[in-house]
Design a binder for this molecule. Structure first.
Ligand code: GLU
Length: 277
């Protein structure tokens, strides 16, 4: 069996212990399976992502003793790929323009029938094509949202049949209902993490996605996008998250927990990794 996994950090800050654990978990799994480990830079958020952080990611991972094939894919160089994935979703009729402000969305959520009100589930009345073109012409901001109603119509029985394998839990139904109508792109940023990650996992032939359990909830959405776009569904592992002394997840702002800081303080990477085993 081929086994190819990846570590896909966003260079919006320095890597911390939590990232080291994630990268190492994926790398170890690849070693154990005699498979491949790939590094991908997820920098579609060009305002928050910085080359300086990217450089420090490479240095941190080399310090940890990991290696990966070159060249490393940098998502900011491939916006056209993600645009075409979005175009395919538009052609399927499963996305819609949403002009609502954040506040309007929150009001709609609050008004939703009891039990439906945690996430946005689409407009009660779609706006007319005439109004839509007028608002686009006037340059109004909008987001492209995935319509779960339209996905259900488009996929029919395949919608409820969606499955994925979670290595700890076994085969799971991929039910994206809990997420509602998710934003897939904005007028100014023509893509999102969801489109870019699903596109690249398929392009890079990732067979095993290994990532933190904070992303467990979005996996059903990713399986839905894979199903719509005709992409293979990898196997998923959602590993535990490392916690700091106070029981909180490490964050990019905790300077002392950054790998850069540890490197500079002369800490040893093997000792650090020993703690993960
Ligand atoms: N780029 C994402 C992050 O920094 C990880 C994406 C993934 O592993 O699917 O959290």
């Amino acid at each position: 069996m081929t086994f190819r996994t990846r570590f896909a950090p966003s260079p919006s800050g320095h890597l911390h212990l939590g990232h080291a654990f994630s990268a190492w978990t994926a790398w170890e799994a690849a070693q154990a399976a005699e498979g491949e480990f790939i590094l991908r830079i997820e920098d579609i958020d060009t305002t928050r992502c910085k080359r300086e952080f990217e450089q420090s990611i490479f240095e941190d991972l080399i310090w940890l003793g990991l290696d990966w094939p070159e060249p490393v894919r940098r998502q900011s160089e491939h916006f056209a790929d993600y645009d075409s994935a979005l175009e395919r979703l538009k052609a399927l009729g499963v996305v819609y323009r949403c002009f609502k402000t954040r506040r309007e969305i929150l009001e709609d959520i609050a008004r939703a029938p009891h039990g439906m009100g945690e996430v946005y589930r689409g407009p009660s009345e779609p706006i007319s094509p005439a109004e839509e073109s007028e608002r686009v012409e006037q340059g109004e901001a909008f987001a492209w949202r995935l319509s779960l109603d339209h996905c259900r119509d488009h996929l029919g029985a395949a919608y409820t049949a969606m499955r994925f394998v979670d290595t700890e839990r076994g085969e799971q139904a991929a039910d994206p209902e809990a997420l509602g109508d998710v934003v897939l792109a904005r007028k100014d940023v023509g893509t999102s993490y969801h489109i870019a990650v699903v596109h690249d996992d398929a392009l890079q032939a990732i067979t095993h996605v290994i990532r933190g359990e904070d992303l467990r909830d979005v996996t059903p959405l990713h399986v839905l996008l894979q199903t719509l776009l005709g992409l293979p569904v990898p196997t998923y592992t959602h590993h535990r998250l490392l916690l700091d002394d106070t029981g909180k997840r490490f964050a990019k702002r905790d300077k002392a927990a950054t790998l850069k800081d540890m490197r500079e303080r002369g800490l040893s990477a093997p000792d650090l990794l020993q703690g993960f085993r």
